[in-house]
Design a protein around this ligand. Structure first.
Ligand SMILES: [Zn+2]
Length: 281
């Protein structure tokens, strides 16, 4: 299909629009040779199951090979992943300053509005894939982000140097890739491909939901559909700081918050690391 075919055709075509491919001109950073990178700016994960599979399993999907010097180049370009059945989208936007227009989204979706959709954004392909996995779990993806934050917070400072935050993520617990069996994966900085997998238990998800869902419900701008939000580690960190501030405010209910958070941290320690954690002061 020519690159701009969907722009020229009628509504009927747009209604059935699926995965969309693009070619991007590339100057090789190694040899300065010119080439074309063939990629996707939209992936329909509902109808295009083969493409969904590639997104989840093909690590070379967004690499460009220079035709001149054969360098492998990791490419970052915008791509919207859509799940029409469960009504959510994850947009990979490598440049956070690049505007996301509603018209663009509607074009890809083939619908007039996306108000019913839960919309997420991601800055890297890794974060994008992780978010798709979280969304497919059927749970509130923000619970995974909160658990991720809590678990990383519990590991020792010297271990953090070996297991950098950038390589820490949510993934499938095992090779069977079950949507509702996810794990926290810590990758080692010194040994490529080597890491540690800690399953996120249903119990921990329940406890985290019991404690944090009511808070998320009450916070403004936290439950909007039709708006692209980036709920990642940095967001969870901000949320936790906000809650800790409320817990130490001395206001009514602050003590209950403190106890709840202490209880939750203990649960993260037990359920993820099978370790006893003393309640924080
Ligand atoms: Zn080259």
């Amino acid at each position: 299909m020519p690159e701009d075919a969907f722009l020229n055709e009628g509504n009927e075509v747009m209604m059935s629009l699926r995965t969309h491919e693009v070619n991007i001109g590339v100057t090789c950073p190694a040899c300065k040779g010119q080439g074309m990178f063939h990629t996707w700016d939209c992936i329909d994960g509902t109808d295009d199951t083969a493409m969904r599979q590639r997104v989840l399993t093909d690590e070379g999907l967004f690499f460009y090979e220079c035709p001149h010097c054969h360098s492998q180049i990791h490419m970052e370009s915008p791509c919207l992943y859509i799940n029409k059945e469960d009504k959510w989208m994850v947009w990979h936007i490598p440049d956070p300053k690049s505007p996301v227009t509603s018209a663009e989204v509607c074009t890809f979706l083939g619908e007039d509005s996306f108000e019913e959709y839960l919309c997420r954004s991601a800055l890297t392909w890794g974060e994008w894939r992780e978010k798709i996995i979280e969304m497919e779990s059927g749970r509130d993806d923000r619970l995974y982000e909160i658990i991720k934050y809590g678990a990383y917070h519990l590991i020792k400072e010297e271990d953090k140097k070996l297991l950098p935050l950038e390589a820490f993520h949510v993934d499938y617990a095992d090779e069977t890739r079950q949507a509702d069996a996810l794990a926290l994966v810590f990758l080692r900085k010194d040994k490529k491909g080597l890491g540690y997998t800690y399953p996120v238990t249903p119990k921990l998800l329940e406890v985290t939901s019991d404690i944090f869902s009511p808070i998320l419900q009450r916070l403004p701008n936290m439950n909007s559909r039709g708006r692209f939000d980036r709920f990642g580690y940095a967001w969870a960190e901000q949320l936790m700081q906000y809650i800790l501030k409320a817990a130490s405010s001395g206001q009514q209910g602050a003590n209950a918050y403190n106890q709840l958070l202490g209880f939750w941290v203990q649960q993260v320690g037990q359920e993820i690391f099978h370790a006893e954690v003393r309640p924080p002061q």
